[in-house]
Design a protein. Structure first.
Length: 217
């Protein structure tokens, strides 16, 4: 389950005048559901005498605001992270093991709360200090720092892409850069993002596979 825990710590030109904070607010207000493909690169801090090691994975992401989302990892290992609104389910196919936690206790200051779970900006500001970051790579960036010092998350940078300079345009989620308290860096890059996709609540149902070891926390 260490791979899944890392994921949880680890889920065009910039428009004139737009900022990361404005993009996040527009995204939370205007995007009530969505789906995309993603790639993830997790880089552990370099050890003495050794180069930093990077591991790549890929899969799909869906969410329906508030509080429903799922990350389905297909390569190199099959894993699922599903939030059904009440429970957060973590399934490791190789281990045939399911871990379940109360969702209200599991999210809080997490990257998933930033992009998928929170109903509005005020809810995010209860758990994060939000600030604009400099534009980079044609994206508007936001820096989110957890207010709680007890967690394993150090910071999250969120990059948004705008396809039109219109002030009411909905930005597209492009990149998440996650840094944990151990110095591990995880970068998720999203593509083929579909805004306000028609996703029934049943899309986020989860049932433990027959024979799986279920651990309730």
């Amino acid at each position: 389950m260490k791979r899944i825990a890392a994921v949880l710590l680890a889920l065009g030109a910039a428009s004139a005048g737009a900022s990361g904070l404005q993009s996040l607010e527009s995204f939370v207000k205007g995007v009530k559901s969505g789906r995309a493909e993603f790639t993830q690169v997790v880089t552990a801090p370099a050890k003495e005498g050794q180069a930093a090691r990077a591991k790549s994975s890929s899969g799909s992401f869906e969410f329906s605001r508030p509080n429903r989302f799922k990350f389905i990892y297909r390569k190199p290992f099959e894993q699922s992270i599903v939030a059904d609104g009440q429970t957060l389910w973590l399934y490791d196919v190789d281990l045939n093991q399911v871990t379940s936690r109360k969702q209200s206790q599991a999210l809080g200051s997490t990257p998933a709360a930033l992009i998928a779970a929170a109903p509005d900006l005020r809810a995010l500001q209860a758990d994060f200090k939000l600030a604009d970051a400099p534009d980079r790579d044609g994206l508007q960036w936001l820096l989110a720092t957890p207010k709680s010092k007890d967690g394993q998350l150090q910071s999250v940078r969120v990059g948004f892409r705008s396809h039109t300079p219109a002030p009411d345009a909905i930005p597209e989620l492009a990149v998440l850069e996650i840094l944990d308290s151990f110095g591990q860096r995880s970068v998720l890059t999203f593509n083929r993002f579909e805004v306000n996709a028609a996703l029934p609540a049943s899309s986020f149902d989860f049932k433990a596979p027959a024979g799986a070891d279920v651990i309730r926390q």
